[in-house]
Design a protein around this ligand. Sequence first.
Ligand SMILES: C[S@@+](CC[C@H](N)C(=O)[O-])C[C@H]1O[C@@H](n2cnc3c(N)ncnc32)[C@H](O)[C@@H]1O
Length: 275
Amino acid sequence: MSDAVPLFTLTPPSDAGWQRLVDRLRRSVGLILPATSGARVVARLTPRLRRLGLTGFDAYAALLDEGGAELAVALAMLTTPETDFFREPAQFELLESEFSRLRPARLRLWSAATACGEEAYGLAMLLSDLQSAGRIGADWAVLGTDVSEPRLRSAIEGVYAEPRLAPERLRHHALAGALSTGLVQMQPGLRERVRFARHDARQPLVADERFDAVLLRRLLLYFDAPTRRVVVAHALAKLQPGGLFLVGAAEQGLVEAAGLTRLGSGVFRRSVDRP
Ligand SMILES: C[S@@+](CC[C@H](N)C(=O)[O-])C[C@H]1O[C@@H](n2cnc3c(N)ncnc32)[C@H](O)[C@@H]1O
């Protein structure tokens, strides 16, 4: 007879508990949980409930009702970390052609909601190549921010599973030799150009500088309209007049803000005379 410990099963949310969870997350963090997302929510939050020693989802809804830091943890767990180094290549091409045309001596880019950092490193690879080609100056840097601390720790580490079809630019910037192990590691020269910090996009970013481009891709889709407006306003507050603002191509209809001209799918330019 096996003396294995029986599997510990969590009590699924009751109808009232589910509604409480949905209402709390919407009211407190602006997160929209569609009615069809129940199974996904249970799967995503189960490890967290186990870690907290909770036996069911109604108890977790009660914990969220207390407010505090757990709300940000839930927000991060219920938004996917899925990303890529050069997701939406047309947007990267547009950045490349804009920077090549303007030939700036100095560039500052912000990858907000960067997840595990691929997007921020992808931008750094682009800028590094533009610098090597003499199309931008040497004074450039990238900031990557996310609400999730575990994701930021991975970003700082800068080690990733090698994509099945690693683009040439990634191969060039990954540490030599690392590719054969199935992992890619960002080169030190790239890592020193990218800084990561925790930031909740619903709050203003505390930074002295303004950015030449702000990428806020695949975050708006999770939020209700009032929260989206706040998040976009905070992002634009840190964008230089004339700077570029990028959201996911599928999210461009969710951007409600004055003083933006659309340049491409999900890409806007902030007008120069906007206060
Ligand atoms: C789908 S990923 C986006 C990754 C990347 N921007 C892209 O488009 O490939 C969504 C990220 O948003 C982060 N996130 C969720 N709520 C956030 C918030 N309030 N502030 C900042 N980041 C947040 C999550 O932790 C997650 O890493």
